[in-house]
Design a protein around this ligand. Structure first.
Ligand SMILES: [Zn+2]
Ligand SMILES: [Zn+2]
Length: 102
């Protein structure tokens, strides 16, 4: 064995290990990103800007336009006036949560 190889061996090993770690970190980051995306798509919760506990985005709501009571996803169109709700009131503090799509 070339003595140079013996000297460089631990460095090469370290470099290989670093590369391996970088790949692992990359996979980890990707996993977290994917998990966050999936969570946001699945949980569908309503968040008040004042930091109140998150509320389920499915339930019974009063239409902000015509006052009709409807059931289902918070931002679904009203069956009575056919408009998307502009806001709903936070169930904890009563402050309006605006529809992010309007
Ligand atoms: Zn309505
Ligand atoms: Zn609130």
């Amino acid at each position: 064995m070339d003595p140079m190889d013996v000297i460089l061996f631990p460095f090469r090993l370290l470099a290989g290990l670093m590369r391996f770690l970088a790949v692992l970190i990359g996979i980890g980051k990707w996993g977290v990103k994917t998990a966050k995306f999936t969570k946001a798509a699945v949980t569908r919760e309503l968040r008040c800007k004042r930091g109140c506990p998150p509320q389920p985005a499915d339930g019974i709501w009063s239409c902000s336009t015509c006052g009709a009571t409807r059931e289902g996803w918070v931002w679904s169109h009203c069956p009575s006036c056919k408009t998307a709700p502009a806001y709903v009131d936070c169930q904890s503090c009563g402050v309006s949560i605006l529809n992010p799509k309007v």
